[in-house]
Write a protein that binds this ligand. Structure first.
Ligand SMILES: NC(=O)c1ccc[n+]([C@@H]2O[C@H](COP(=O)([O-])OP(=O)(O)OC[C@H]3O[C@@H](n4cnc5c(N)ncnc54)[C@H](OP(=O)(O)O)[C@@H]3O)[C@@H](O)[C@H]2O)c1
Length: 506
């Protein structure tokens, strides 16, 4: 009985500490928002960063309001979007209302490098102090992955990810030369975890958050601020069809004007924020994970809660590792050695497609599947190696093998080739293993521009495309297994592998 009381005492103490910790986080978050709005002197953005601000997606929605807020703080504005008429009107309104210079660039960011080049050309000889990477497309949100239009996967990849990276890549050299600058990457609360019915959009935003946080660490010593903005719902056209949103009170679903005002107030004071106090309170748990970054706001939080945190962290670590040890023991020893192995063929189907299987992990994954009597479709660029691996496995394990020579870095041509080679096969398993590190290890600003695009095509577009290719068959047969080989690099910002880590975060 005494032992039971003791256990109950510790359990109660633990929950009280967790509660205290959460209360402190709420206090610190509220304090930060209130001080940057009411107590601290507003930053002179022009003096701190430079004369001009580029805002992508500035024709309406958050971008338009954000541009207005920056103009009110005397920044000259360059707006970017696809609609010339709207851009002309917004640019005119801004210069008339705030008395600043405005320019606009008509560019469709789904068109890749050509669109970014067009913007870059307009920035020549301008003191670009602020870049707001705001434009994005939600690809028909809300929508189940199986119903996503195939083309919108590529559009979202280009607008929401590649253009964001490429624009930073273009403006950073100038900012580094001037020793000042600010990049605001508009991500989303959707980046913080998987979001059902917005699979590709939320994965794109995970890429933006991951990349933005990494570039911030890289640029921290060069006088360049990078802010990651992760808004919750805002009343714009982007998510207009989400009916849940309309029932929310306005503090959780603000107008773009109210959102932009609040978000611009946080510039220079908060590095990773949802932009408003209420959205930040909705995502408090994030304060725990950003602590691994020494330049983040979380360092301040750490000072506030030092004693309590240390105690809590020790307690949590002990509990977590205790749980992890038991879990790993169960998974790896009991399931692997004592449970009857699953009959993969019967459970999933008779064929497996394995990309990047001419060598390394892919090849050995293929051998393990062959040992389990699964027929193989091997994919890579090197015909000679594939032929040898395919023959070797076929002879040794008595399974049927096929191989497809395809460069997945070339995009849809390669996946079309795989598509025609697997016609009529009972594809039960897809192992998305092929990937390129894209010039790793290297700092972002030292990367070749082409590496960014090739890496995205191989590590993200082809992977997604292949999933879409095999899913209909698997759904029809009501069985199947997709193994996407990600990386430990995806778990935290990685300064010398920024693009690779972000692509694995997707
Ligand atoms: N609204 C929300 O609830 C919410 C929540 C979280 C995060 N966000 C993020 O906030 C940012 C702005 O969202 P929003 O709600 O303001 O969206 P929005 O109202 O749909 O506006 C999107 C803007 O992006 C531009 N754009 C779209 N596709 C483009 C392309 N291919 N090339 C160039 N410009 C393009 C649009 O202009 P044109 O059509 O004229 O090209 C428009 O100016 C996005 O990054 C979004 O992911 C929004």
């Amino acid at each position: 009985m005494e032992f039971l009381y003791l256990v109950l005492f510790y359990v109660e103490a633990f929950f009280v500490l967790v509660l205290l910790y959460v209360l402190l986080l709420i206090l610190v978050t509220t304090y930060k928002h209130l001080t940057c709005r009411y107590l601290k002197k507003p930053k002179d953005l022009r003096e701190c960063y430079g004369e001009w601000a580029v805002v992508t997606g500035g024709s309406y929605g958050i971008g338009k309001s954000y541009a207005n807020e920056l103009a009110q703080r005397k920044m000259n504005i360059i707006l970017v979007s696809r609609s010339e008429e709207k851009l002309r009107q917004v640019a005119h309104e801004i210069s008339l209302t705030h008395g600043v210079k405005t320019k606009y660039v008509v560019a469709d960011l789904s068109q890749g490098q050509a669109a970014v080049d067009k913007i870059d050309k307009e920035l020549t000889n301008l003191d670009v102090g602020i870049l707001v990477n705001n434009a994005a497309t939600a690809g028909g949100f809300p929508c189940q992955f199986k119903k996503v239009q195939r083309q919108s996967i590529y559009d979202m990849s280009s607008v929401n990810m590649s253009a964001v990276a490429d624009l930073m890549y273009q403006v950073l050299p100038g900012m580094r030369a001037r020793g000042r600058g600010l990049i605001v990457n508009v991500s989303s609360v959707a980046s913080l975890g998987p979001l059902v019915n917005a699979s590709v959009y939320s994965a794109c935003k995970a890429y933006v958050t991951n990349l933005s946080e990494t570039i911030r660490i890289e640029c921290a010593s060069e006088g360049i601020d990078v802010q990651t903005l992760t808004p919750g719902f805002v009343q714009t056209a982007l998510l207009h069809c989400d009916t849940k949103r309309n029932s929310l009170p306005t503090f959780l679903n603000p107008t773009p004007e109210a959102f932009a005002k609040s978000a611009v107030d946080t510039i220079g004071h908060m590095k990773l924020t949802s932009g408003t106090l209420w959205h930040d309170l909705q995502t408090l748990d994030r304060a725990v994970c950003i602590r691994i970054d020494p330049t983040s706001d979380a360092m301040e939080v750490l000072l506030w809660v030092a004693f309590l945190s240390v105690f809590l962290v020790v307690l949590a670590v002990v509990a977590y590792f205790g749980y992890a040890v038991v879990y790993i023991f169960y998974k790896y020893f009991i399931c692997v050695y004592f449970k009857k192995p699953i009959d993969l063929k019967q459970r999933f189907g008779s064929w497996a497609v394995i990309t990047g299987s001419s060598q390394g992990i892919g090849k050995h994954y293929a051998i393990e599947l062959a040992k389990r009597n699964i027929n193989l479709v091997l994919v890579s660029r090197s015909e000679e190696k594939l032929k040898a691996v395919s023959q070797d496995i076929g002879e040794k394990y008595g399974v049927k093998t096929k191989y497809v020579v395809a460069d997945l870095g070339s995009g849809r041509d390669a996946t079309e080739k795989i598509s025609s080679s697997i016609q009529g096969l009972d594809i039960g398993i897809l192992v998305n293993n092929a990937a390129t590190p894209g010039g790793l290890p290297n700092y972002f600003y030292n990367l070749q521009r082409n590496d960014i695009w090739n890496l995205l095509t191989l590590n993200i577009c082809s992977l997604t495309d292949l999933v879409q290719l095999v899913l209909p068959g698997m759904r029809e047969r009501r069985r199947g297994l997709i193994v996407n080989v990600s990386s430990v690099a995806a778990l935290a910002p990685n300064p010398i592998a920024s693009i690779y880590a972000a692509s694995k975060g997707y």
